[in-house]
Design a protein around this ligand. Structure first.
Ligand SMILES: CC(C)(COP(=O)(O)OP(=O)(O)OC[C@H]1O[C@@H](n2cnc3c(N)ncnc32)[C@H](O)[C@@H]1OP(=O)(O)O)[C@@H](O)C(=O)NCCC(=O)NCCS
Length: 180
C-alpha cells in the first residue's frame, strides 16, 4: 500500500476499508461546503456510498488505473487526493482533490498536490499531469496556479454540478517543466 510522508504533520495513505467510517463522517460534517463544487456529495447519504467509493478505489488501483489517498493531517483524515485516471499510452493523468472546510487555508492541499505531482513523474514516469477546476472555483484554481501549472483553456459547460453546468478551467504540467 502507498503511504507517503508529505511533511512532519501530513501524510498520504491509500484509502482502505477501515477508513470508511471516518471518511463518511468527514463528508457529512462538510456537506454544505463540499456540495458547491463536488457533484457526488448529495448522493453520498450513508456509509454505504463511502464503502462503494473505497471499493471503486481499490479496483482502480488493482487495474493500474491510479489510486485515491486519504490526506492525514496530525493523524486525522482531512480530505482526499487522487488520480482520476492514468493513461499509460499517452503518459498522462489528472489529479482531483477535496479538503474538509475547517482544514482549508493552511497550505495542506498545495503541499499534497506537489508531493503527488513529484510521485507521478518520478514513479509512474508520466509526461503530463492535468488539474481541472470549475472556472468559479477560485480556491481550487489557486492550487495549480501556485504550483506553476499552465492554464491551457476553458472547457465550456463541462460538468453538471447539482442543478447547472459549470465551465472547466484546464491546467497542465509537463515533466520537463516540473523538473526545472
Ligand atoms: C479546493 C480546496 C482543496 C482548496 O483548499 P485550500 O485550503 O485553499 O488549499 P491549500 O490547502 O493549498 O491552502 C491554501 C491556502 O492556505 C494558505 N497557506 C497557508 N500556508 C500555506 C503554505 N505553506 N503553502 C501554501 N498556501 C498556504 C494560502 O494562502 C491559501 O489561503 P488563501 O486562499 O486564503 O490565499 C478546498 O477549497 C476544497 O476542498 N473545496 C471544496 C472541494 C473542491 O472544490 N475540490 C476541488 C474540485 S476541482
Amino acid at each position: 500500500m502507498f503511504v507517503h510522508q508529505v511533511d512532519d504533520q501530513t501524510k498520504l495513505a491509500m484509502v482502505e476499508m477501515r477508513d470508511a467510517e471516518e471518511l463518511f463522517a468527514l463528508v457529512d460534517s462538510s456537506r454544505m461546503y463540499l456540495r458547491e463544487w463536488l457533484p457526488w456529495v448529495d448522493a453520498n447519504v450513508s456509509i454505504a456510498e463511502t464503502v462503494a467509493f473505497v471499493q471503486a478505489a481499490q479496483k482502480q488501483y488493482s487495474r493500474g488505473e491510479g489510486f485515491q489517498c486519504c490526506i492525514r493531517y496530525r493523524d486525522k483524515i482531512v480530505g482526499i487526493i487522487g488520480l482520476h485516471r492514468v493513461d499509460r499510452f499517452h503518459k498522462q493523468t489528472e489529479i482531483g482533490y477535496w479538503l474538509a472546510e475547517e482544514f482549508q487555508g493552511r497550505g495542506i492541499m498545495t503541499a499534497c498536490c506537489r508531493a503527488l505531482v513529484d510521485f507521478v513523474f518520478q514513479e509512474y514516469k508520466l509526461h503530463r499531469v492535468e488539474i481541472r477546476a470549475a472556472v468559479g472555483n477560485t480556491k481550487s484554481r489557486a492550487i495549480p496556479e501556485r504550483l506553476g501549472f499552465t492554464h491551457e483553456g476553458t472547457l465550456r459547460e463541462a460538468e453538471w454540478v447539482n442543478d447547472h453546468f459549470v465551465d472547466g478551467a484546464v491546467y497542465a504540467m509537463l515533466e520537463r517543466d516540473w523538473a526545472e
